[in-house]
Design a protein around this ligand. Sequence first.
Ligand code: PLP
Length: 379
Amino acid sequence: MKKRLFTPGPTPVPENVMLRMAAPIIHHRNPEFMEILERVHENLKYLFRTTQPVVVMTCSGTGGMEAAISSLFRQGDKLITINGGKFGERWSELARIYTGNCVEEKIEWGTAISPERIAELLDEHPDAMGVCITHSETSTGTASDVRALCAAIRERSEALILVDGITAIGAHEFHFDDWGADICITGSQKGLMMPPGLALVAVSERAQEIIHNRKHQPQYYLSLRKALKSHAGNDTPFTPAVSLIIGLDEALQMLRAEGIENVWARHEALAGACRLGCQALGMELFSESPSYAVTAVWLPEGADWKEFNTTLKIKNGITVAAGQDDFKGRIFRISHLGYYDELDMLTLMGGLERSLKMMEIPFRVGAGVSAVQRAFLGE
Ligand SMILES: *Cc1c(COP(=O)(O)O)cnc(C)c1O
């Protein structure tokens, strides 16, 4: 039995990326590595649609979020955060620690914030120095309209826009420069088809200027100031995760060869087919605004999460993600983020059907697979 990973981080890693990472280690302060890092920097700009620096940090995605907050703000600075799930909540927790002044907008899980509501919040808090949003809320499988949100914020405020793009980059259309974001973060183990261990952080000109003028921030390792300074020389302030950066070089070249528009379209198609397949099996979708990275689904009527998960994993080799917090045991999440293709979705749906059958949950055999197949074949 093959093991197949359908979780929204870590995600599967292509063989050629693994092979690059298996090569003997090289030293990070030599021309060979700097050349690799230079290419990585260029291809990250391509991926984020920016001419501004995207720094590579050796930490997981959360480290990138903490680097952004701790580098840009000080105690007392007012930040607006949108909490519609685990990762929006993470912005709030970081804001509370580093500024002690967080206006948290809680929204129902599975819903996205509207540009109108963001505008209202800014009208209520004209002194806000930053707005923290989540492009694809992984805990609920919900996408927000970041283009419209950025426009609404820019129209009425100078507040910096911080985007958690950790499961959006490489799945959803995103234009860092054109949309006017100030920070966008992703992590290596999501759409980049890499093992965990790297955070990638895009920094706008405005944000760079603020960071440049903040010389005494209470931070050390997660300093964007240090990271940006080194970035300019295709270097890193500390020993980077050399092997991961070499793997990232390969993964970014794959994405670039596919073309970013095609990468976005592939995710949209896989997500659409996955939703149709789940519905054809009688399952209901959780989110009102589904992400192209991850599909959150209510567990079928009468199914027990533990049994469902074990049957999928142990008997069929398929790992999906559980629900979180209040939705633990009630929803599950299927990833189609990163190294997935159409046949992967057929396999996933086949595995779901086999598991339902083993659990004696009623459904029409072949309905899910057929819906996915028809979605891809345009029948
Ligand atoms: C995975 C994820 C994170 C956290 O990243 P880590 O790499 O686990 O630190 C943050 N935000 C979103 C939307 C994520 O999907």
